[in-house]
Design a protein around this ligand. Structure first.
Ligand code: A2P
Length: 294
């Protein structure tokens, strides 16, 4: 295993550093993904709920790259949970991406108050995996209690749990559960983008003095230091940017190494404060919305 490639629990290889398109408007997605693919990213993370899968597919086709050389990951939204609905959710995503097979398909959120529906959605992922329509399956924003119930009731251990992880919020107990059960942690908002615009408190990971000092010592940027921290700790990370210069900056992380002390110093910045929605509070009533057909 190198720092660039991670092997999932079913043997599938995945580039550790992916390119994220959360909140990238559909009309900008194609250009951003084109820039990412020409920079060298070979893993793109999108979601049905982002409304930009089509742009990801267009950029992939325009790149001329072989299908086998680009790892495509997307997510089923909660409004498509249920066995048949989730099977159809695959058709919608694959249709928009313009591919027959998706490399990694994950459930976007647990629905804690309707966990049976979540389990039915996961059972559909297991069917898609058995049928070869997806190469790996997983979950996102699952906490330890959700994972525990899932492992109890499912056949396939999820390959990935994509959760909020950045220096200010590391979810150590969820990560440890993943390590114990062969579930790879994938970090969303890996450079703490979600911390940049907090109301009334502009404490951003990018301005953190500890990260800044480490960056200076290596002649790198704070974003590069945070991405390297993820990679050296064995996580996948999917930084988002629509700016070609920052897209390139975020991929230029393979020529330096953080010391053990520096990794520990970054671990020490955890505030325990979540930036994204509380996973226990996700309901269809508050977060549901229809996902259009392909
Ligand atoms: P932009 O798209 O204008 O580059 P995260 O993935 O951690 O949530 O971070 C995403 C946010 O960080 C976006 O606001 C993105 O804005 C910004 N961003 C991405 N890369 C960098 C970088 N290298 N330096 C500073 N900001 C960045």
């Amino acid at each position: 295993m190198t720092i660039r490639e991670l092997t999932l629990n079913n043997g599938v290889e995945m580039p550790a550093l992916g390119f994220g398109v959360f909140q990238t408007p559909p009309e900008e997605t194609r250009a951003a993904v084109e820039a990412a693919l020409s920079t060298g990213y070979r893993h793109i993370d999108t979601a049905a709920a982002y409304g930009n899968e089509r742009g990801v597919g267009e950029a992939f086709r325009k790149s001329g790259l072989d299908r086998a050389d680009v790892f495509l990951e997307t997510k089923i939204w909660i409004s498509d949970y249920g066995y048949d609905q989730t099977l159809h959710g695959f058709d919608k995503s694959a249709g928009k991406l313009g591919v027959d097979q998706i490399d990694l398909l994950i459930l976007h959120q647990a629905l804690p108050s309707e966990f049976d529906k979540t389990l039915e959605a996961y059972r559909a992922l297991e069917t898609l995996l058995a049928d070869g329509k997806v190469r790996a399956i997983g979950v996102s924003n699952f906490m330890v209690d959700h994972l525990t119930t899932l492992l109890d009731r499912a056949t396939v251990v999820p390959a990935v749990n994509q959760i909020e992880v950045h220096p200010y919020f590391t979810q150590r107990e969820v990560q440890a559960f993943g390590v114990a059960h062969g579930i790879l942690t994938q970090a969303w908002s890996p450079i703490g983008g979600i911390t940049f615009y907090r109301d009334g408190e502009h404490r951003s990971t990018l301005q953190d003095p500890v990260i800044g000092e480490i960056a200076k010592a290596h002649g790198k940027t704070p974003a590069q230091v945070m991405l390297r921290w993820h990679l050296q700790q064995g996580r996948s990370a999917i930084p988002k940017s629509t700016n070609p210069q920052r897209i390139a900056e975020n991929f230029d992380v393979f020529d330096f190494e953080l010391t053990g002390e520096q990794l520990v110093a970054i671990d020490g910045l955890d505030t325990g404060r979540r930036g994204g929605p509380e996973p226990a509070d996700i309901t269809l009533e508050s977060f549901g919305r229809p996902i259009p057909e392909a």
